[in-house]
Design a protein around this ligand. Sequence first.
Ligand SMILES: [Zn+2]
Length: 221
Amino acid sequence: MLRGQGNDGVPDSRAIKLLQDDSQSSNQSPISNLFGGQYKSTLRCVSGGNQSAKFEAFSHLSVPMPARASQCSLHECIQLFVEGGTISGWTCPECQSSDGATKRLDIWRLPPVLIIHIQRFFNDGAWKKNQSSVLCPLKNLDMSPHLATKDAHQQHHRYHLYGVVNHFGSMDSGHYTAFCRAPNTDRWHKYDDHQVHELGGGSVRSSAGYLMFYSAIDQRL
Ligand SMILES: [Zn+2]
């Protein structure tokens, strides 16, 4: 249970301040300072409606893809992440109903370097890979529509893409390559084992994009 949490399961501003202080002291490291963010996970009982919330740290956002779409935007994937979905079979500690719960993940604080993992692999009875294209902004990814808070603690919300890890192949076999943007020239390069080629910016987005690396504009990485 969250300290300072109200009866409705929603934390008050004092609890939020404590959490933010905690995140900047006890778990501080160069890694968490660069990659660490925070979201609020809220479970809501389908039957009784009561809800509970807790804050969780993340080092990357693992976002789902829309089903049955040949292409989608990164914003759609992030929105699906926030909406969370349902948890079947969950038993409510308040009303003992096992009708399940809805889960929502509100993004509370974003890090200087935001890593987004596209959930291309899924199981619908058998493991499969979704090969749809994800249209991700190369410049000016604005995360503010997805943020639950607009307060002064929210330092980072606008990002440039500087790296992509691609996965080619299937569940059984595959190959990884990387695209990286040189900070001094702003040009993209493809890294494929021992081969390195310059790449047009238009080729950065593909159906193979698996991990996206964004740096906050004010971070200047
Ligand atoms: Zn309940």
